[in-house]
Every structure is written in C-alpha cells, then in structure tokens.
Write a protein that binds this ligand. Structure first.
Ligand code: NAD
Ligand code: FE2
Length: 349
C-alpha cells in the first residue's frame, strides 16, 4: 500500500489528495457503501467535472460478476478513468480494489482469483474505511466469490495507492456490526500470533493490534471517540500482521459458511471462533468475555437442518484453504483436521 493519512476529519482532505492523480477528461469514480446513500457523508464526497459516485450494494459480499459489471459499465461510459475511491466497510473497499484492477486487466475477475495472477497495475485507487477490523485497507488481496470459489485476487498490484483513515467515519456504526468487524481484527491477531508462519514482522504488528483490541473491548466501558481511533489503528496493524503470515482455523471454517450460506465475514468468524476452544483456548476465553461485556449477540445453530451434501460443500471449501490450515496446525494438518472432525465442528455452529 502506498500512502497513509490518519486523523479525525482527514476525510476532508480527500479532494486535495486525489487532485494530482486526475487525468484530463477521465473521472474519479467513488464506490460508496450503499448505507451512505442520502446520508451526510455522501454529500461530502468531493465530486468534480465528470466524476461519478456509485452506491455499491454490499448486501452480499463482493462477487466476481458484480466486479465485472462495474468495470464494464465504467469502460463503456468513460473508456478510461483517473481512479477509484472505495468508501465503506471491507466489502466496498474490496470492490474498489478489484474494479481498479479490472480496468486494466482483460477477462473476468474470476480469472485472477488466486496468487499473483494479476499482471497489470490497476488504475489509481484509494481506500477509505467506515468500519474497522478487516484490514482490507492495507492487505494485498480483495476477497471475491466467484463461480467456483471464494478466493482473493492476491497480488502486488492489489493494495491501495492511498488510504485515508478517519476514525470519525466509524462513529455511528451499529454496535453489533462494529463488534463483528472489530473481532475480525482480534481473530486475525490470535490466528497470526499462534500460527506456525509467525515471524517478527507479523508478531510486532499482531501484538500491537491485539493490545488495542483489548483496550477497546476489555478495558473500556462503553464506546467513545477514543474507541474509534484505537480500533482503526488495530485494524491497520492487524492487516499488516497477516501480510506476512496467515489466518487460521476460524477463517478456514467461516469461508465454508460464507460460501454455502452467504454468512458475512465478520459475523461468520465470530460464530466459528466461539466454538474453537480446542485450537485457541485463551483467545476464545477472552472472546467470550468481550461478547458478554459488550452485550453482543452471536447467532447460534445456523447449521441446523443442513443436508449431508451441504456439509460436504462447506468441508470442501474449508479444506481447500490449505495455507490457513498449515499455518494453524503445521505441516501435518491433514492428519489433524479430518473431514469427520470438521463435520463435527460445523454441526456445532
Ligand atoms: N481484503 C481483505 O484483506 C479482507 C480481509 C477481511 C475481510 N474482507 C472482506 O471484507 C468484507 C467484510 O467487511 P466488513 O466487516 O467491514 O463489512 P461490510 O463491508 O460487508 O459491511 C457490513 C455492513 O455494514 C454497513 N456499514 C459499513 N459502514 C458502516 C457505517 N459506518 N455505519 C453503518 N453501517 C455501515 C454496510 O452497508 C453493510 O451492511 C467481506 O466481504 C470480507 O470478505 C477483506
Ligand atoms: Fe478476516
């Protein structure tokens, strides 16, 4: 990722920040989380000339078909564009990263789901988070659900050129959603810090992020501006931590839920992590404490009534996340997490 601006009210600098990247006749395109349609933030988006604002539908997590249709629409309308600015949670930011790449790479975004398949840099791209926790603002991936898999476009070209971290933008998010997304960060830290891929880079950032998560969700009573500021930096550090390591069991299992049931990333991770005492005993204990202290609801029994075929699909998606399992359980992970064992875990969710 390129440049970082941080601070309360820093969103007001967006106009100046993107100005040098404007190319004659080519608009800046703002992909804004549909939550903000008609809200004050939408009217603060610095539109100039033929700039365009698109309120992106994040009811479902980003799909390759949606990315492709956005990129095609922009190519048809403008030919080229100066840049893409993603404003929203992880979903809107991931859409912005993917659309930027697809403006300059042929074919479908589904062709690039994997590692280092993207060959051309995208157009200039900026990320502005309105929820903290995913680390999408710093990561080198954009997670997409495609025709056959849920997998990111992981590449050196994927990170944003610029991010604007303004903690004010997360202030009014609903407590449950803010917690689910915040726990994505907490879980990144636990998975990274206990993983076999751990190294000093990941450890340094992971420990800092974990400390900030604890200050927000364990030490403090209630939510204030300081909580927004801390969680935003936790997300940043947590994202940096997994840049050179990997996530683990919660993510591997929650990907299966998301693929079959459409369960969203943040809440899905919470549903799974809640049942992972065997793998992360201390983390899960602290997680339960944070859930209780912050009065959060974690959905239960979401796998009740699923068929054998359904379980089979989730198990296949999950076991396909090989690096995650290897990070969590070591080289011999396939001996530890059998299909039977994973089925039993899914049945608990
Ligand atoms: N690229 C990465 O490295 C990475 C990492 C983790 C997760 N992800 C992706 O991020 C997505 C999850 O992101 P998320 O947890 O931030 O949630 P999200 O972006 O899916 O948004 C969740 C909900 O919150 C709403 N919302 C966003 N900002 C708000 C605000 N300030 N106030 C009120 N509502 C608001 C959205 O409209 C949506 O309804 C998933 O698609 C996941 O795959 C990406
Ligand atoms: Fe995550």
């Amino acid at each position: 990722m390129g440049y970082v601006i941080y601070g309360r009210g820093s969103f007001n600098q967006l106009d100046d920040i993107i100005a040098p990247h404007r190319k004659a006749g080519a608009p800046m395109v703002f992909l804004v989380d549909h939550f903000f349609e008609g809200k004050p933030l939408a009217s603060r988006v610095p539109l100039r000339n033929n700039d365009k604002i698109i309120f992106v539908d994040v009811t479902y997590e980003p799909k390759t078909t949606y990315v492709d249709s956005l990129a095609t629409q922009l190519k048809d309308e403008f030919g080229t564009i100066s840049g893409v600015i993603g404003i929203g949670g992880g979903s809107a930011m991931d859409l912005a990263k993917a659309v930027s790449l697809m403006m300059n790479n042929p074919g479908s975004s589904a062709d690039y789901q994997g590692w280092d398949l993207v060959k051309q840099a995208g157009v200039y791209k900026v990320g502005v988070p309105t929820l903290s926790g995913t680390g999408a603002e710093v990561s080198r991936t954009t997670v997409l659900t495609g025709p056959t898999k849920k997998l990111g476009m992981n590449s050196d070209f994927t990170p944003f050129d610029q991010i604007v971290l303004d903690p004010e933008l997360t202030a009014d998010a609903p407590a449950n959603q803010r917690f689910y997304t915040g726990m994505d960060c907490y879980i990144h830290c636990i998975e990274s810090l206990t993983g076999t891929y751990l190294n000093e880079f990941s450890k340094s950032y992971g420990e800092k992020a974990l400390q900030l998560c604890r200050e927000v969700y364990v030490d403090k009573n209630g939510w204030d501006a300081d909580s927004d500021a801390k969680l935003m930096m936790a997300s940043y550090a947590g994202g940096m931590s997994i840049a050179y390591s990997q996530v683990g069991v919660a993510h591997a299992v929650s990907y299966g839920l998301s693929y079959l049931l459409g369960t969203k990333h943040g809440v899905g991770n919470c549903i799974v992590f809640d049942k992972l005492e065997e793998y992360y005993p201390e983390g899960v204990k602290e997680f339960k404490l944070m859930v209780a202290k912050n009065n959060i609801d974690i959905p239960q029994h979401i796998c009740a009534g699923l068929s054998d075929e359904d379980f089979g699909k989730m198990i296949n998606v999950s076991l396909g996340m090989r690096p995650l399992w290897e990070n969590a359980l070591g080289k011999d992970w396939e001996k530890i997490i059998t299909k039977k064992k994973l089925r039993a875990l899914y049945e608990q969710l």
